[in-house]
Design a protein around this ligand. Sequence first.
Ligand SMILES: NC(=O)c1ccc[n+]([C@@H]2O[C@H](COP(=O)([O-])OP(=O)(O)OC[C@H]3O[C@@H](n4cnc5c(N)ncnc54)[C@H](O)[C@@H]3O)[C@@H](O)[C@H]2O)c1
Length: 347
Amino acid sequence: MTSQHPLRVGIAGCGYQGNELARAVARIDELRLVACADPDLAAASRAAAMAPDASTHPSVEALLGESEVDAILIATPHHVLAPAALAAVRAGKHVMAEKPIALNAREAAEIEAAVAEAGVCYMAGYSFRYSMAKHVHDLIAAGAAGEIQAITGAIGFAPLAKEGWTAFPESGGGPLLYVGSHLVDMFLWFLGDDAVEVYADVRRRADTGADDTSAFQVRFARGAVAQGLVTQAAASFFYTLDIQGRDGRVFLRGANFLQYEIEVASRALTAYAQPCVIRPLVGPDNVTTMLVPELKAFAQAIREGQPAPITAHDGRRVLQVLDAVVQSGRERCPVLIRDERASALVG
Ligand SMILES: NC(=O)c1ccc[n+]([C@@H]2O[C@H](COP(=O)([O-])OP(=O)(O)OC[C@H]3O[C@@H](n4cnc5c(N)ncnc54)[C@H](O)[C@@H]3O)[C@@H](O)[C@H]2O)c1
């Protein structure tokens, strides 16, 4: 790896997360930031300033046409994630796109097909999998909970502003896509199973129309059930995840990306025969803790010609559940999850 040239990286969308990603790239020898795209050129310049000679561009298309990149990191508003990814993939670039990767499962299926056709590496940016969720996943993989029967999870933050892309459903605003996607990704990852049915209650904000507070239940193919609560009516950012298995319980509770604790009680693992609380040693900041390992995994997959650890298919499965949450909330009845591509083949 060290004898190879660093991969040339462009960033599309240079707001909060685009800057975090630029910081992470600057700490990784295998990657070099060479171009930044944002219609707000001052934002593009701020991210570009983190590299010695990165160019700035007003759009993803301009970046693709005017610079030489191997890979693009996409951190745009949600309604731009899919079109930006499609443009990059069809130009033969590897892509790491932020969650929720698209507005819905239909858009995600289009990305999945384009990635398969172009033969590039595409990674869905579910960064929790490189930090708090990884600790929980490791415990589950070690058998701490045994066969999981139920998961109860909640995630939320303080009310979103009434303006800007995060406010409105048309641009993918609201907490279901913003953080509910992380919660559903963890359900799917921990259970390693397919969601088959969703029942939801979705309350919307009168001023913006975005989801305010959603409560939902997901039934999985092997019988486990997951319940989720996603809200923008909290005092501040929080998340909890309570995993009940036949052999034990794993409970994650966090107030931000760095401060979290995991309570474990297990009949299967003697180390946790008595309930105990783990406070993992985390790095100095979110960039070191989550984004550096995430981008290193992306770079490694590209170098080795392997699929990314979190694929477009994984991103689509999350969106299938979230689409079903929205539909069930609207229709006030349970919604069955069907694989559109499989049903297209059948029907
Ligand atoms: N993984 C995480 O922990 C994490 C944390 C925060 C945000 N995110 C994700 O990052 C993405 C961006 O969120 P954010 O909070 O940084 O938003 P933001 O509003 O701070 O930044 C978005 C940027 O995209 C730019 N933009 C708008 N249209 C564009 C276009 N057509 N092409 C290129 N750039 C465009 C905007 O000018 C803005 O600078 C979202 O998908 C969000 O869910 C992930």
